[in-house]
Design a protein around this ligand. Structure first.
Ligand SMILES: [Fe+2]
Ligand SMILES: [Fe+2]
Length: 313
């Protein structure tokens, strides 16, 4: 007997209900498929574009040790992008098409990577705050209802925690250094703090995708919950480091048992997301050039694969 639509839908609902994973062979509603592809592609693009701001410092790292650490970190991000494109392919997406959409500006990546890295302290602050925020976002995604995404996220999170620690360790070292180094760390913290809070996306009241994503257990917490968790985690780290977070409204609220914080400038977020951030054009131009420069590699790989197929046939 063949399964009817209502059967399939019921099976899907039950899988979600029982907290089991949806796998590539399972039937899914079209809206679930599109949501997952959109989410995974945006995540993959963020990993790949995210290599640029820090990659900018590889040739200028202050020591061999720092260069090796940074190189490994940026390479990890490339790996994350590749796992995620593979996860998107299990839903029927085409990697080439996803890249084409990215460089045509039709798919998004995290707005954080549209800010410039002005000094080497930015490398440390990105590890601490940007990878720290990514961890807050991604740890719950290890329990996402889509199996390939959840499993990719487990491995990615392990590497992200290394990224956060290397950033924090770099900042600790700089804070023990000269007055000038401490000033660089404070300046980088001032520039990256608010954009890091924006990484969690718009406030819950304005988030169009949250309700459905929560119902499908694709997302496990709302944007505001995760943002609060990040603030609560980061304030003691800033204190230990000896830097000031640039928010005069930041204070412990004993009643809520959370830190209160100031209002986020959502107009800046909207500007950056819609393409008008300080580095949007540069990031896309760089990605497009890398894609064009790699055309011969893709052609050669395809020709080789065709030859192998011919030989076995
Ligand atoms: Fe990553
Ligand atoms: Fe990372």
């Amino acid at each position: 007997m063949t399964a009817t639509m209502p059967d399939l839908e019921q099976q899907f609902e039950q899988t979600i209900e029982r907290d089991q994973r949806i796998e590539p062979r399972d039937w899914v509603p079209e809206a679930y498929r599109t949501t997952m592809i959109r989410m995974i592609a945006q995540h993959a693009h963020s990993e790949i574009i995210g290599m640029q701001p820090e990659g900018n410092w590889i040739t200028r790292a202050p020591s061999l040790r720092r260069k090796a650490i940074l190189l490994a970190k940026v390479q990890d991000e490339a790996g994350h992008g590749l796992y995620l494109y593979s996860a998107a392919e299990t839903l029927g997406a085409d990697r080439g098409e996803l890249t084409a959409k990215l460089i045509a500006g039709k798919q998004k990546y995290s707005s954080i990577f549209n800010y410039p890295t002005l000094t080497f302290a930015d490398v440390g602050v990105i590890g601490w705050l940007v990878d720290g925020a990514a961890i807050c976002n991604q740890v719950p995604l290890c329990r996402s209802s889509y199996g390939p995404y959840a499993r990719a996220m487990i491995r990615i999170c392990k590497e992200e925690s290394f990224h956060q620690r290397q950033g924090y360790e770099l900042l600790m070292t700089m804070m023990r250094g000269t007055e000038e180094q401490r000033r660089m760390v404070q300046d980088a913290t001032n520039r990256w703090w608010w954009p890091s809070l924006m990484m969690f996306g718009p406030p819950d009241a304005d988030s169009s995708h949250t309700a459905q994503s929560m119902a499908w257990k694709v997302k496990r917490h709302t944007n505001d919950e995760l943002r609060q968790r990040f603030v609560d985690m980061t304030v003691p780290q800033a204190e230990a480091l000896g830097v000031t977070l640039p928010d005069p409204h930041l204070r412990w609220n004993a009643e809520r048992e959370h830190y209160d914080f100031g209002d986020i400038d959502w107009s800046e977020f909207k500007q950056v997301v819609s393409g008008n951030g300080p580095c949007n054009a540069q990031r896309i131009a760089h990605r497009r050039k890398a894609h064009e420069d790699g055309a011969w590699v893709r052609e050669a790989a395809a020709a080789h694969a065709a030859k192998l197929r011919e030989r076995t046939a």
